[in-house]
Structure formats: C-alpha cells, structure tokens
Design a protein around this ligand. Sequence first.
Ligand code: ADP
Ligand code: MG
Length: 585
Amino acid sequence: MTRIFDDPANFTDDMLVGFLDANARYVTGVPGGVVRATTTRPGKVAVVVGGGSGHYPAFCGIVGPGFADGAVVGNVFTSPSAADAASVGRGADGGAGVVFSTGNYAGDVMNFNQAVQRLAAEGIEARYVLVTDDVASAPATERSRRRGIAGDFTVFKVASAAAEEGYDLDGVVRVAEHANGRTRTLGVAFDGCTMPGAREPLFMVEPGRMGLGLGIHGEPGIADEALPRAADLARTLVNGVLAEQPDGAGTRVTAILNGLGRTKYEELFILWATVSRLLREAGLDVVEPEVGELVTSLDMAGCSLTLMWLDDELERLWSAPADTPAYRKGAGTVAGATGERRRASDATTAIAGERDPAIVPDRSERPADEAALRCAATALTALEAMAHAVGEAEEELGRLDAVAGDGDHGRGMVRGSAAAVQAARHTLDAGAGPGSLLIAAGDAWASKAGGTSGVLWGAAIAAMGRRVGDAGRPDEATVAAGVRDGYLSLISTGGAKPGDKTMLDALLPFTEWLSTAVAAGEPLATAWAEAAREAERAAAATASLRPQVGRARPLAERSLGTPDPGAVSMALCLRAVADVLGDGH
Ligand code: ADP
Ligand code: MG
C-alpha cells in the first residue's frame, strides 16, 4: 500500500521535488528527469538510463560519478515520452554522445528510439542498449524478447564505468551489450504492489504461495507455486539462473539478490546464505555481490537473483568506484569524474507542467478559413468527448491492464487525452485549422502520457492531422484516409500485427468499415457510427486472443478471456467521436 501522497496523479513529480532537494549535491532536475549536479566532462560519453518510476533506487538514485550521467523519470511504471528522454539526453551530453539504456519494454523501446532520432537531428550522436535479463519472460531461443528487471543494474553499472574510463560511444555500447549477454535474472513474488491512490493491489498472491518469474511493474509471476522454505527457494533461484548460463561463461560471477520493496533485508540475508553456498558448490567465485533493494516494484513483496558472468573487463568495470544518492562503491571520490558544477541557470525544474513546453502553433501563420475553423472546433469537441469517455472508464481500463500488464492503461489514457485537449484548445485559440490542431494534440498526448499506448496514440492522431491539413473542411474520403494513416502509423511505430491482441485489432475493422462505407457514399456520421460498432465488437473479441507484443506477452495465458485494454479504450474513443459526429458537428 502506498500511503504518503498528496495527489496520486502527481506522485512522480512530487517525489522528484523531495528527491532533488535531498540530493542536491549529486543531482539536478531537467525537464523529463535528472542529470548529475556537475556537467559531463568534455569528451566523456553520457550514459542516460531510465524508464518509469516506482523502482527506486533505479533509476534516478544511481546518477552520479562512476554511475549514470542522467535518468529519465517516467510516471509510475510508465515509459517516459520521447520528448522527456531527448531532454535528459540533451542535458547530459558532454559532446561525445549519449548512450541510453532501459529494460526491454515496448513503450520504452518506442520512446527511446524516437529520442535517439531527435538527438541525431540536433547533431547529438545517441545510441540505445536494451536489457533483457529476465529468464522467465521468454524462452532462451527468444532472448531478445525478454524483459529487463534487476539486470538493469549490472548493465547500467558496467556501461557507466566504461564511459567514466573514457570508452568512446561504440565502446560503451559494445560493453553494455556484452554485459547484457552475460546477465540473467529469475525472481519470485510473494504479494503484489498497489499503485498510489489505488484501492486494490495490481495482483494478489494467496498466502503460502508464490509467483515464480515476476515482473517489476506489478506483473505477477508466470507460474504459481507453494512457498518453500528459504533453503529451497534459494535452490529454485540458483538452479533457474544457472540453467541459463551463457556460452563461454567462466567461473567468476557477480550476483544481486534484489528485494522488490516489501521484503526485509534480514530475509534477503537468510536467503543469500544458501544462495552463496550453492553458487560456490557449483564451482563459481562470487565477486562483490549486492544484497538489498536495487530495482524495486513499489511495495511488491518478492526478490530476484541476478548473475552476471564476468571476464576481466566486466569485473574491472563492476568493481569500479561510484558515488550516487543511493549507491556508493569504493572509498572516496571517483578520480577525475566530475565536470564543473552546473549553474543555477542550467537547472530547470522537473515539476509537472514544465516537462515540455506547451505545443502552440506559430501565431504568425495565416489563420485558417471559416470552414477549417469549424472543422477544428469539431476535432476539439471530439477530443473532449474521448477524454470524458476514458475518464469514466479509467478504473475499468486499469483493471483490464492489471490482468496481464501493469494496470496503468486507464491513467495513461486519461493523462494523454487531457493533454491532447489542452493542446487542441491552444491551437484553436491561435486560429489554426484541424490538421495543426490534431498534430499538436498528438504530440501532447505522446509527451504527457508516456507508455506504449501514449506514443502510439500520439503518432496516430498526428498522422491523421497531417492528412487532414488546414485548408477548408476535409471531405469524407480525406477523413477516412486520415484514419488509415493513423492505423499505418501505429503499425510502423509499434511493429505489431493484427491478431497480436492490441489496439490495432479494434482500429483495423474500424478503418476498413469506414473506408468502404464512405466510398459507397454514406455520410461520415453514419459511416463512423457503424464502424465504431465494428470496433466495439472487435475489441470484445480480443478476449480470445493471446498477446504477442507488449507488457502482457509474458503472461499470455492469464490474459485469455479478458479483452485487450488498448483495444477496449480504442473502441470507447471511436464511439465517443461517433456521438459527436452524430450530434451534427
Ligand atoms: P504499457 O504497456 O506501456 O503499460 P498501456 O498500458 O498504456 O502501456 O497500453 C497497453 C496497450 O498498448 C495494450 O493493451 C495494447 O493495446 C497496446 N500495445 C502494446 N504494444 C503495442 C504495439 N506494439 N502496437 C500496438 N499496440 C500496442
Ligand atoms: Mg500498461
């Protein structure tokens, strides 16, 4: 249970205010996250880590000499937006480029890849390394699909130490990928965590049972087992990880026995005593292990065992000193690590509302004509109706997402649609047409919602805006083509296929029905309403599908019988727009 908050919706931003204040000697806020309190040494590669919050000390707690140069801080369990990641990358860059690293989650992958492109367009070379250590989340033949959990820590540490030693961009990427290739984690959950302000935990474990193969976003384990005694639990974890020993592994390893947030250090030490003995009996030398909370999942009860098989290079980098708010290693300061202290004027607050400049079109642009303005007003009304509909359904969408995902879908949709409405109002006030309005709304949605659905919704709405344009009232065929462009942008951004159990499964039948009906000469309002019915039917039918992408994939079986939250919210939004069009707008 999370008990201390003012407004749960501002949990992350409010947390950052206190974190930055308490750790001012280490870190400074920038829009979208934090960077070190000192500038990056000229010529040093900047390592920027990140993901959603709720994992402290990951990720903002490990920013400092010897460790990360910056951390992008998303909302709880939600990928930060591309704008946030680019902002922190820009703030951390010392001229030698940026290496981003996150665990492997669809939302992070899309947003951080976009951030790499944004920085490239500004002349900052950036790269991106994914962590895939969770052995329970996909078979060994599909290692690249595995999630990143506590192995984030070993990979981030090694990459950061390499950058500190003066490795160039390629060198940091190489050693980070090498570390990831030699890192494996298996975890167990004893009980679920509760999102700030929520009444129910994301999942529950029966007393006396445990979930084997947990995720760190409140995803339950993939198998339910009886809770064993500590010695047997140690054996399960050690055997599970050793079964995944990488090719060419030597006999030296480092280990993390990680607490998830509500498991006592004392319990971890009891477990470690047997883990350590079993590792030695397996012929391994354990170098500088860590026992404690390094990557948590709010107040989840559980723990995980990570092993990284070392070679000389990895051992040196793992053992190198670090000095950060939550993690210190080695005595004294990190030699030559710091640049100059940032001036107050370099530091911008990371507080809500200032993360991204409001996206307002250039007022010097020619105002849109009368017909275009009326159409833009309809687009705003449609967005408002969507925001209202997802507001009403927030809890239900969260519940659907908690079945096999992380429970944040309702909140993400509310945040994204509200930001879209706000940006749309600005553009309408500035006299822009429907195309500009939708582009601004899409950009705002993506940057404020974060997560997988945020970046996808943002891309789709902006794509539609580009098709619709600002000249006059678009005809029916153009609107249908705009919807199709939105659909295609979802495919190109997210890489999913129809049938993968995503929002695409509601949007595809909608798009097809709309195009066909409009081509047959039906008025837009009628065609849209019929197509929305198709989307609702298709969204409900996703209950029988197994998720192939996204956070829900490792828990595919559990998801059977429950519709996809993204498909349900898509159908809701399309229905809300149908009602607006049906009202004669
Ligand atoms: P996150 O998964 O980052 O927590 P949300 O919970 O807001 O994000 O959204 C989850 C929804 O996103 C899923 O229900 C699914 O419809 C959609 N989704 C996930 N991955 C993809 C993808 N690759 N392409 C299209 N939609 C996706
Ligand atoms: Mg989710």
